[in-house]
Design a binder for this molecule. Structure first.
Ligand SMILES: Cc1cc2nc3c(=O)[nH]c(=O)nc-3n(C[C@H](O)[C@H](O)[C@H](O)COP(=O)(O)O)c2cc1C
Length: 400
């Protein structure tokens, strides 16, 4: 992509696309790639905001050179130290040895620990400013969104918020880089998937950060992944606000684990009942087929969750157990939950999910339904009642 891509005034996007890495953090699928966004302000002083992952360093350094020619880079502003953004730092410092590395006091131990760099540090505190000539940057410390050292940088001149991973999403930038140039629905989904997978555990800190930058006049949100939000920055800010308050939409996510189809049959039956009641957003996931990444993203979106499992060596089936562990770790609150499953002797699946429900504190709808060998008349009747109860609750919560 054109490396001179201008954001505003003297600010350029110098990010890169990564379509080779298959798993983000070696866990979350990147079916549509990811972009590592970096920005350069080519003012009297040259400042770069965050770098890119190490696998893209050569391309990245070329982009910088094309913009600034023989000028040196004066500052590298480190909003976030995760290696997908700091991975080219050492190469950048080797190319520009006089460059000052700007961070807060929590940033520098990461720099030394990861890269052995101990010099050129320029420490800033909350509210400090840095003049580049025309542009004036201020620093806003936003710890634990989602690492200890995280901060955001605001350009007072151009009203751009460099927000690091906050407001970022999966998906490479395929030509379109601004919110008015892209398929919005795709990037909204991928941004929610990124939020629920990567940032969500720290939702209370996200709320704190939103309050902190809420008084700024933000005309452009420039995150380190996903689109740059220039036409409607308020949209992504309000989505983040909604997600970090655990606000949900009308809909049901049914997740099941099944070896021989009996639990799957119950899931499909329940889905049909709920749809018959007029609930349009009903998603059914086989936990053994769909990566937890996508399930978590939809559970972040919809209010009602139904979890089903066969009994497996006295426990919840392994693929469902993985999903439950991710739910637990994500800190998600305020969901409805219902439970079903199958056994052939003393069980373990349904009782395991029940223990999870007890622990996570979501509101339970209906009684747990457990079939033995295979679901029969009694279980189908119970599923009918459950489906109606879930739908009725949603209709009350989300009146048309
Ligand atoms: C490897 C294996 C382990 C099982 N462990 C248990 C168990 O611990 N307790 C139990 O009641 N049933 C156990 N079962 C039986 C299944 O849970 C039962 O047949 C159930 O109906 C399967 O549901 P499904 O068709 O959705 O896979 C086990 C079955 C298999 C194949």
């Amino acid at each position: 992509m054109e490396c001179r891509l201008n954001i505003k005034d003297k600010i350029h996007w110098i990010g890169v696309n990564d379509r080779e890495t298959t798993l983000f953090e070696n866990y979350w699928p990147l079916e549509k790639g990811v972009a590592y966004n970096s920005y350069i302000i080519n003012d009297d002083k040259v400042a770069i905001l965050d770098t890119v992952k190490f696998n893209k360093t050569t391309e990245y350094l070329e982009k910088i050179k094309e913009i600034i020619g023989d000028k040196p880079v004066d500052y590298l502003i480190v909003n976030h130290m995760e290696p997908d953004h700091s991975g080219s730092m050492l190469a950048l410092l080797s190319t520009y040895p006089e460059m000052k590395i700007v961070g807060n006091k929590k940033t520098f131990p990461f720099i030394e620990g990861f890269y052995g760099i101990t010099k050129n540090f320029y420490e800033v505190g909350d509210g400090d400013s840095l003049e580049l000539g025309h542009h004036k940057l201020t620093f806003h410390l936003t710890p634990m969104v989602h690492w200890p050292e995280t901060m955001m940088t605001y350009d007072e001149t151009s009203k751009v918020l460099f927000s690091m991973d906050a407001f970022g999403g999966f998906g490479s930038l395929d030509g379109g880089i601004f919110d008015d140039e892209i398929n919005y629905e795709f990037y909204e989904d991928e941004t929610r998937r990124y939020y629920s997978n990567i940032v969500a555990k720290y939702s209370p800190m996200v709320q704190r950060a939103l309050k902190k930058v809420g008084s700024l006049d933000i005309q452009i949100v420039a995150p380190t992944h996903g689109p740059v939000w220039r036409t409607n920055p308020g949209e992504i800010i309000s989505l983040y606000d909604k997600w970090s308050r655990f606000e949900a939409e009308e809909g049901v996510v049914i997740i099941y684990g099944s070896m021989y189809g009996n639990t799957a049959k119950m899931a499909d039956y329940l889905a049909r009942i709920i749809a018959e009641q007029g609930i349009k957003n009903v998603k059914v996931f086989d936990a053994s087929k769909t990566h937890t990444s996508y399930i978590l993203s939809d559970v972040w979106k919809y209010k009602s969750v139904v979890i089903g499992s066969c009994a497996y060596n006295t426990k919840v089936f392994s693929s469902v157990a993985t999903v439950l562990e991710k739910f637990r770790n994500s800190g998600l609150k305020d969901r409805y939950v219902s439970v079903f499953g199958n056994k052939s002797w003393s069980g373990g699946g349904v009782s395991g999910i029940d223990a999870f429900v007890e622990e996570i504190g979501w509101e339970k709808i209906g009684q747990s339904i457990e079939a033995t060998y295979s679901p029969k008349e009694a279980e189908f009747k119970a599923l009918q009642e459950l489906g109606k109860e879930i739908a009725a609750r949603l209709k009350t919560d989300y009146p048309e």
